[in-house]
Ligand binder design. Structure first.
Ligand code: FES
Ligand code: FE2
Length: 331
């Protein structure tokens, strides 16, 4: 017998979807395991992987970068990231985590009043915008929630460097929460995990109930899912998944409560078989009373949203590491 649920908020089945996608599919007579067709998931993944990224990868939440020099590894390169707060020149800076003088790690240094990173050993300073003595900074982009860096090694002849990353459409006013986790897998495993929505209610029963695919196209899949608030109390929404670039998958709420809210999952290659999962939840509402208190509630709600996202990703890291291990074994 199916579980009795108590649903709050707007009913997604009574309203047209915000993305104008087609009529609801009738529920599939197939069980979820039969709908989760590995060949179709692999084909959807191949289409996502063929998209351009322009050499861009997400490093971290912009508010984390603002807290001082930090070390990151992307595509095997050690990087130091910091925030330049010099008036009129504010922004993220990213460059090699290597001082060309004698090799100190710049991420262990400090940031001066000019917004330069200062080497901890002999105080050589780098602006992060100009090359100096073998030190070549990377281009960065702050999208307001996440900081991106552009690495030539992530580009190719068919996917050349671009001035900006390919960004998902975001709501005008929102509450954002960002988590960053690492996994022993490749970025493609993270994207493939999200291209398999059928595992949701089975693998994460604490968070999801009653999930079915209501629309599907070559570049998207839309599910109707009950998101549990507590126990059998939940909200039902239609959520569409698509990939703006080969290392990002975005879930957009297209009907129900919170239309326009998105969850961006970014997979950044660290080194062989290591990937960072950086996930931004960007929540909004069509209700004006909710929109007005969203900014003031951010500090309170952000840790709760991040805790829920992290709990899901503990399980999904396990899924991704399993698919990676199986691929490595050739099975
Ligand atoms: S090692 Fe950086 S200034 Fe000497
Ligand atoms: Fe999952």
């Amino acid at each position: 017998m199916s579980e009795r649920l108590f649903l709050l908020g707007r009913d997604p089945s009574t309203r047209p979807r915000a993305d104008g996608s087609g009529p609801d599919r009738a529920p599939s007579p197939l069980p979820d395991w039969a709908q989760a067709n590995p060949v179709e998931i692999e084909e959807a993944l191949a289409r996502a992987l063929a998209k351009p990224a322009g050499g861009w990868a997400v490093l971290d939440a912009s508010r984390t970068i603002r807290r001082g020099p930090r070390k990151y590894v992307v595509a095997g390169r050690e990087l130091a990231a910091w925030w330049c707060s010099k008036p009129g020149d504010e922004g993220p800076r990213v460059g090699p985590d290597y001082c060309p003088h004698m090799g100190a790690e710049l991420s262990k240094g400090s940031v001066d009043r000019e917004g330069r990173i200062v080497c901890p050993w002999h105080a050589l300073a780098f602006s992060g915008t100009e090359a100096k003595g073998g030190y070549a900074p990377l281009r960065t982009y702050d999208d307001g929630v996440l900081t991106w860096a552009r690495l030539p090694e992530l580009a190719s002849e068919s996917d050349p460097l671009t001035d900006r990353p390919f960004l998902a459409r975001r709501p005008a006013r929102f509450l954002d929460a960002v988590i960053r986790m690492e996994a022993r897998c490749e970025p493609r495993d993270v994207i493939a995990n999200r291209l398999d929505p059928w595992h949701g209610a089975h693998f994460h029963p604490h968070s999801f109930a009653r999930l079915r695919v209501v629309d599907r196209g070559p570049d998207h899949v839309t599910v109707r899912v009950v998101y549990r608030i507590a126990g059998r109390v939940g909200m039902e929404v239609d959520a569409r998944f698509d990939c703006p670039d080969p290392r990002t998958i975005v879930m957009t709420i297209v009907a129900g409560e919170g239309v326009g809210s998105i969850v961006e999952t970014h997979a950044t290659p660290l080194a062989d078989g290591r990937t960072a999962i950086i996930e931004a939840t960007i929540a909004t509402s069509e209700r004006t009373e909710v929109i007005s208190w969203l900014p003031s509630a951010s500090a309170l709600l952000r840790p709760m949203v991040e805790a829920r996202a992290r709990k899901l990703w503990v399980e999904d890291v396990d899924y991704c590491e399993r698919t990676y291990a199986l691929r490595k074994k050739g099975s």
